[in-house]
Design a protein around this ligand. Structure first.
Ligand code: MOS
Length: 737
């Protein structure tokens, strides 16, 4: 196939709009007559609302309405599978029950944002409070079995092995340790926002999401209207990371208030409110037990993960990482009176690879093996749980190339052996691993008389570069320059896949491969439709010819000595456009092979011997993701994942007060995320081994890859620098003193 543009490090097609402020994010929309909503949040974690006094707020300047369970905006519970599992089973303000601290208990709508915020401070709420269960670690010993299919245990035992404990007992060496991390918050740049307006019974809502079609479905279900009456527009999202995979009450309440008031309503969740009115990543407590022979060959892995969320399973990474004959992987769940949990970048794998990859480092140290050598001795060429061979896995090359680029051979195995003035210097590495997923997505490809081609997909660009990839996918398949492609996404009215699978949108690192397959098929059919039009339209120069005698190449039709560009053809025939809509079919190979994106991550850390401050000083990531569609946006994804994981390793964590259930650091002053000064230049290198059994272009997903492994590599480097093994994230200075 032609490679006209795939692989080029192309600038974002929307880059200029974004950096000049021309790109309109949800909250940038200001329709005439706009009113503004602001939330009042609960100040207890468990109990009931005894009374709400909204009199002073209602009388305040500019106030249009004060809603609460006593004066409700009725919302129906979510019915969709996805919303029930990863969204909110209970919509806000539907009853007097308080289920967590910071729950929406009232909403003030006023003429201006300031008036709404001011009046919200005048709402008085009285509660009958009960003591909440909010202490995660206290709940770990009594955790229950999960009830969803996501939490089912995985048990794989070699012939004749009765259970995992027997396999561990028969192992020459074992290593057990507990790895923990606190809740994390997605903190996208644009907080959850919506501008909602109704025209008769039809809703138009500007709201960034990871899947506009799923967002529309959630809204339709919540508002009790047909899905076709909801139009979600969100071409720019400002970050999702899983936090915008499903819809949260702020968006639904904006729509419900707009319907009740017959005016457009804008809601912008504040940074502080975001911590409790939308989902977050669960805390996790992971016990890893490795059994091995003295030569480092793994004989058994037993993982017991405890979280507050049935979907995010940190026990699962051994199903993707290494060859091992005996696995026993379990999840248990603690029920707490805390805000909702949802998926967050590399769900399960972020916390799970922190534990597993630290444990591998510890085992290597105990056995006197190089950490890369230990991993190579357990190299998997087939998926450990499915038993299917990996169609294309070059992690061994990642280790080799990464070690070379990083200078791994200069590492001293003995901890605390390298210093630079007051700084202890260490190197660490880890495997990054992410099972691949793609959806049978739909696309529409439309040749237009003006010489451009619209290429549309019902997905979202969270800031990942998906819009650019969409344009490149169209350009590549059609043999056209990217400049002649008009990409369209972030709109719920675009075609969706018949099976509803594409409702998933941009989740699971699946957007790029989904887009490529869908556009590949739709563009092929659009070419067929264009040729059919060329031979059937009486005004066409190809009229009357056999379709088989007309060829399409690079935007031009040729045959029987005649030749016309598609724009010229459509202009001649007086046709505005010719299009095809298809749902991609995923190849049979996805049943016969396993697919995985992997990489080797190396880092150097400097720890100050007096202050305990750990600073990341060098980073190398070598990634095997198949074909890289856009070297620039792909690099951004990998480096961005490193930044987020550096936060996981060194800075981030929500602190829930055990007695009150209040998040003590629900703001950017106290919940720390990395800034530019925290991150050195990130050396990203991609292998180029197209995985053509996965899709015609050979590209697997990579968006969440460096959400895995990186925190472990940092912790391993800190151990190498200091001799202190910290298994509780984030690794703050107090833990190193
Ligand atoms: Mo990602 S957590 O699958 O949105």
């Amino acid at each position: 196939m032609t490679r006209t543009s795939l692989g080029a490090p192309l600038d974002r097609v929307d880059g200029r709009a974004k950096v000049t402020g021309a790109a309109r994010y949800a909250a940038d929309n200001n329709p005439a007559g706009l009113a503004h909503g602001y939330f009042v949040l609960s100040t207890i974690a468990k109990g009931t609302i005894r009374s709400i006094d909204a009199a002073r707020a209602s009388a305040a300047p500019g106030v249009l309405a004060v809603y609460s369970h006593a004066n409700p905006l009725r919302l129906l519970p979510p019915r969709s599978y996805i919303a029930q599992f990863i969204g909110e089973p209970q919509r806000a303000m539907q009853d007097a029950v308080v289920r967590h601290y910071g729950q929406i208990v009232a909403m003030v709508v006023a003429e201006t944002f300031e008036q709404a915020r001011d009046a919200a401070a005048l709402v008085t709420v009285e509660y009958d409070a009960q003591p909440p269960a909010a202490d995660f670690l206290a709940g770990v010993p009594g955790a229950r079995d999960p009830q969803t299919p996501f939490g089912h245990p995985v048990t794989i035992l070699a012939d004749g092995v009765p259970d995992i404990d027997a396999a561990l007992a028969a192992s020459e060496v074992t290593h057990t340790a507990v790895y923990t991390q606190p809740p994390e918050h997605h903190n996208p740049m644009e907080p959850h926002s919506a501008v909602a307006m109704w025209d008769g019974g039809k809703l138009t809502i500007h709201s960034g999401s990871q899947g506009p079609a799923l967002h529309a479905l959630d809204l339709a279900e919540g508002l009790g209207v047909p899905q076709e009456d909801v139009h979600v527009i969100g071409p720019y999202v400002g970050g999702g990371f899983g936090g915008k995979a499903t819809s949260w009450s702020p968006t639904l309440l904006a729509a419900a208030a707009a319907r009740a008031l017959r005016r457009p309503v804008k809601v912008v969740t504040t940074r502080e409110q975001l911590f409790t009115v939308t989902g977050h990543r669960t805390a996790s407590h992971l016990t890893v037990t490795l059994g091995a022979r003295r030569d480092g060959t793994l004989t058994a892995v037993k993982n017991l993960a405890v979280t507050t969320f049935e979907i995010e399973n940190p026990a699962s990474p051994p199903t993707a990482a290494y060859k091992c004959p005996n696995l026993d992987l379990r999840l248990k769940v603690v029920d707490l009176d805390i805000p909702r949990r949802t998926i967050m970048r590399a769900p399960g794998y972020a916390a799970g690879t922190f534990g597993l990859e630290c444990a591998m480092d510890e085992l290597a140290h105990e056995l006197g093996l190089d950490p890369i050598e230990l991993r190579m001795r357990n190299y998997a060429t087939a998926s450990p749980d499915k038993g299917l061979p990996y169609a294309s896995k070059h992690l061994d090359e990642c280790y080799r190339v990464g070690a070379e680029r990083f200078g791994w051979s200069r590492r001293k195995a003995e901890p605390r052996s390298v210093t630079d003035g007051q700084w202890l210097v260490g190197m660490g590495m880890a495997t990054c691993v992410l099972p691949s997923s793609q959806h049978a997505g739909a696309a529409r490809v439309r040749f237009r008389a003006n010489g451009t081609v619209e290429v549309a997909c019902n997905t979202a660009d969270l800031g990942t570069g998906a819009m650019t990839v969409l344009a490149m996918a169209g350009a590549d398949r059609l043999g056209l320059p990217v400049g002649r492609i008009r990409p369209a996404l972030g709109d719920s009215t675009l075609p969706v896949a018949a099976e509803g699978d594409s409702f998933m949108g941009a989740v699971g690192s699946a957007a790029t491969s989904t887009i490529l397959s869908a556009v590949h098929d739709a563009a092929g059919e659009a070419i067929t439709a264009l040729i059919a039009h060329a031979v059937s339209d009486a005004r066409s120069p190809f009229h009357g010819m056999d379709a088989q005698d007309v060829r399409y190449s690079s935007g031009v039709l040729e045959g029987g000595g005649r030749r016309a560009g598609f724009g010229e053809l459509l202009t001649t025939t007086g046709t505005p456009g010719v299009e095809a809509v298809t749902t991609a079919t995923l190849g049979e190979d996805t049943e016969r092979y396993a697919f995985i994106t992997s990489g080797a991550h190396f880092c150097e850390v400097r720890v100050h011997r007096l202050t305990g401050e750990a600073r990341l000083s060098r980073v190398t990531c070598v990634v095997d993701a198949g074909t890289i569609v856009n070297g620039k946006t792909a690099r951004g994804q990998i480096a961005g994942g490193v930044v987020m994981s550096a936060g996981q390793a060194l800075l981030e964590g929500a602190y829930v007060e055990p007695a009150t259930g209040r998040i003590a650091n629900a703001n950017f002053a106290d919940y720390l995320v990395p800034v530019n000064a925290d991150i050195p230049a990130v050396d990203v290198h991609f292998l180029d081994h197209p995985d053509t059994r996965y899709n015609p272009q050979g590209a697997r997903g990579l968006g969440e890859l460096t959400g895995t492994g990186v925190a472990a590599a940092i912790a391993n480097a800190i151990y190498n620098a200091t001799g202190t093994r910290v298994r509780d994230l984030p690794i703050t200075p107090d833990k190193l003193l």
